[in-house]
Design a protein around this ligand. Sequence first.
Ligand code: PLP
Length: 625
Amino acid sequence: MNTNIDTGGIPDAAFLEKLANQYFKANPADELPGQGPIPATVPSSVSGLGVSPSVVQYGNTVDIKDTENDLPKHYSDGGGRIPVSVAGSGASPSVVQHGNNINIKNPQTGFPDQNLKNGDHNAAGAFTDSPANGSKEYFPFEGDKSFLTDLQTVLSSLMTSSSAPQFPELTSKGLDTQDFPAYYFLQDNPFAISGNIAQLPTDSISAVKPGFSTASVLPWGFDANLIKKDFPILQEVVNGKPIVWLDNAATTQKPRQVIERLSFFYEHENSNIHRAAHELAARATDAYEEARKKVQLFLNAASPNEIVFVRGTTEAINLVAKSWGEQYLQPGDEIIVTHLEHHANIVPWQQLAGKKGVKLRVIPVDDDGQVLLDEYARLLNPKTRLVSFTQVSNALGTVTPARKMIEMAHQAGAKVLLDGAQSVSHMRADVQALDADWFVFSGHKVFGPTGIGVLYGKEDLLNQTEPWQGGGNMIRDVTFEHTEFQKAPGRFEAGTGNIADAVGLGAAIDYVTRLGIENIQLYEHYLLQYATGLLNEVPGLKLIGTAKEKTSVLSFVLNGYSNDQVGQALNNEGIAVRTGHHCAQPILRRFGLESTVRPSLAFYNTCTDVDRLVSTLKHLKGKYR
Ligand code: PLP
């Protein structure tokens, strides 16, 4: 075997692609297993796979160098063919072509970020490719050549594999590939770390997902540098630097698969839904209802009837307040929230409290930002009708003990609304295991479009609740005297909804599912630990929110600088973070603050991203104050 690898520290990507393409040529996989040849156009049953439509459309006969196929430019960066079996995986061609070589304990051991090699700030404060003083302190994996050995192992496994991979899961499930691994063709991935995983700290993982078995985690893993390539906007240059997107708690970026799914909808399926006999109405309705099913499976809801499409988390909470709250709450009843809540989970209850004479009570948190369960137990009483709280704090990153808190509320006879806006993209949200009565989230926080979100509600509860908006779509029969409403979910979807973006959300969920939410959770866990360690070393930096169970968010203040100054300095280096009160003023005031700087992580962030953040902060600190 030719192991022509650049021993200068950077693997030869072109060579790897060539090998991968040779492999795919040897294993053409021209058919979807059990499904026959891939159709020339996307049938509605395929249109929800979370696959880039153009990948499906062009099937595996595409020569990505063939411009006649009019493939978007991004497919032409490697040469060779896209195997059709990839089209069902939700994995981007670039990811598949490059393979999937991961050491999750050392997330940089995939290919180095092509956009950014080692670097530092020069005397003028600009980030450069060459360290000014030769220091590599904040680029910890630079110089670690061990991945070359690993790459050679992967290559030899590719070259010696004699048969095309088998897809028993796919075959048995037809095209419903929810549980199908994204990187099936590397099932024997030598980088899989299942042998070592038992030694990894699991406290936060098991706390987030009870019964979480680390033994089954990460059979395939992933490489954030490669995943990043699925996100066109992450290739942007800001102020002369490759962008680093660390504003994920505000909104996440969208993979090409979502963007292309949206344009496919408008190019081939667009129609109003549910009420027409024509072809496009059928396609649009199929796509929309398939998206609902995807959300159902993603949340492990018992039925698609429990999934109501709304505009986002804010609208979902308002819906519950203005329908169930107005219908069922009486003067003297009590609603409990935590001190951590986003304004979206405070204001609607306050409005309701004012209107109905209901009392709003608040569970305090400790100095790390953790909910005080003893205090919560004291607040619960027979008048408590609702506990509404966040699974993850958007300002501090605290993961609340949701399952326990829900159990306590139910024991007191109260219903529970769980705000999943900050959790769905980072951890498994199993609504049946959590036993939440309502669970709400926004599509744009989970790599989907803006303007679409989800209210999950237990089916009986939804059907026992009067709709909050009246109009088309939500009725079964209307006379001037009386209207009969649809059952859920239709009764809460009055008027023409955001059809295309619901379909886009379905594609985003497919994308996340392909990566594997547990893989994401574990990867981000280590990235957060890595970032926390380095931020703690920045002189004068104080992290706000130091709960034992945290995810994604790293709020801080930097002595000597206003938060806006820090945000500006980071922006000058192409690094996007949020500064401000994060729509969570009560919790920041609990810490004596009006605002913080808030970097927040997602699975496409890398240690290099964190290094650039820390390096800029250290430079800022060292240079001026
Ligand atoms: N709840 C939490 C915890 C949030 O972080 C957010 C947004 O940041 C919301 C609710 C509101 O979400 P949206 O603005 O998408 O409705």
